[in-house]
Design a protein around this ligand. Structure first.
Ligand SMILES: Cc1cc2nc3c(=O)[nH]c(=O)nc-3n(C[C@H](O)[C@H](O)[C@H](O)COP(=O)(O)O)c2cc1C
Length: 358
């Protein structure tokens, strides 16, 4: 009896199986507006129990990458309606990942008047692709004022309402991988001396205020969050209090009751592994649904579900390259290999043209 392919629930939702499609930036949103091609891509993958969209910006300031979609304008809401309708028509469920890039950004990717913001004026090491001028260093961000922080939290809440208006079943706050929320959590990127910086109680204030605002806007059963304890992506070095900080954060989240926590483990992509002790602490501290991700195949997924390490298993690159991943894993059919060269390029190639089994 397979757990992976059995029906389950997520808050009030019934999911057709325990397979989640991981959030994956695909940079096909020309002008930051979702389009028909994106609706086709997501609908091809609607047999997942739950789809989590690519990172989508709650604000013009959060659009760090070229062709990243947003959810702050009427045109974006209309565009996303086509995506949610296409997925729901096939019995799928879909959450939107709300991702504010913060300092992982370049002004060339931002619309006129938008600003590169971060907790502190410390640039992230690394380069960023721009359509206009190719690779550029990540920009030096402006340190957010208290007014900027308040406005940004309101943007998240409004974006969550917009996502529901666009037909999404909920939103996932991107608190992982070095973007704005994690920039506040980590002491290297957050060197503020006000109530948003210093001890973890202060560095976590931003994420918890965003969680509170989004829960108030759309309800806790529609609010999930992705976190990457021990993640190093986007210039986020390890530090001594990592496990203690994230354990404290798990407790705070449990008290607020978002519907899920989605844990990132990028060891399959060459990152340092997340210690089992950390995952176990999330398991015991957080009483909602736990989504595990990173480097999963069907065998490991069944094993971890059977061991109650989490309730749902997210697959990233396998879903990218296999629109019918659920059917393939069920039947043990071979998988298409992902083509890295077309992960982020505009157009249908390497996006909607991966073949499904006949
Ligand atoms: C092309 C691509 C884009 C990604 N974009 C995002 C993103 O927008 N938000 C996010 O949280 N993770 C993103 N990730 C990370 C994936 O969600 C996932 O954690 C990672 O691919 C590891 O899972 P896998 O081994 O199943 O692929 C991305 C990964 C890939 C390959």
């Amino acid at each position: 009896m397979s757990l992976l392919f059995s029906q389950t629930t997520l808050g009030p939702l019934t999911l057709q199986n325990r397979m989640v499609m991981s959030p994956m930036a695909r940079n096909r949103a020309i002008g930051n507006v979702p389009n028909e091609l994106m609706a086709e891509y997501y609908s091809q993958r609607a047999t997942a129990g739950l789809i989590i969209t690519e990172g989508t910006s709650p604000s013009p300031n959060g659009l760090g990458y070229s062709r990243m979609p947003g959810i702050f304008s009427a045109a974006q809401i209309e565009g996303w309606k086509r995506v949610t309708a296409a997925v729901h028509a096939q019995g799928g469920k879909i959450f939107m990942q709300l991702m504010h890039c913060g300092r992982v950004a370049h002004p060339l990717n931002l619309p006129a008047g938008a600003r590169v913001l971060a907790p502190s004026a410390i640039a992230a090491a690394g380069d960023m692709y721009t359509d206009a001028e190719g690779m550029k260093q990540n920009a030096m961000p402006q340190a957010m004022t208290e007014a900027d922080i308040k406005a940004t939290i309101e943007e998240y809440a409004q974006a969550a309402k917009n996502a529901i208006a666009a037909g999404f079943d909920g939103v996932e706050l991107h608190g992982a991988n070095g973007y704005l929320i994690e920039q506040f959590i980590r002491p290297t990127s957050n060197q503020r001396t006000d109530r948003y910086g210093g001890p973890i109680e202060n560095r976590a204030r931003f994420v918890l205020e965003v969680v509170d605002a989004v829960i108030k806007a759309i309800g806790k059963e529609k609010t999930g969050i992705r976190l990457s304890p021990f993640g190093v992506f986007n210039d986020m070095p390890p530090y001594d209090a990592m496990e203690a900080d994230y354990t404290w954060l798990a407790q705070q989240l449990d008290a607020r009751g978002p519907v899920y926590i989605h844990l990132v483990d990028h060891s399959s992509m060459g990152a340092p592994p997340v210690p089992d002790s950390m995952k176990a602490k999330f398991r015991t501290t957080f009483r909602g649904t736990l989504i595990l991700s990173g480097g999963y195949d069907a065998v490991r997924a069944e094993r971890d579900l059977a061991a109650c390490k989490g309730e749902l298993i997210a697959f990233g690159r396998p879903f990218l390259a296999n629109p019918d991943l659920v059917a393939r894993l069920k039947s043990g059919a071979p998988l298409n290999a992902p083509d890295f060269g077309t992960f982020y390029t505009p157009g249908a190639k390497g996006y909607t043209d991966y073949p499904a089994l006949g």
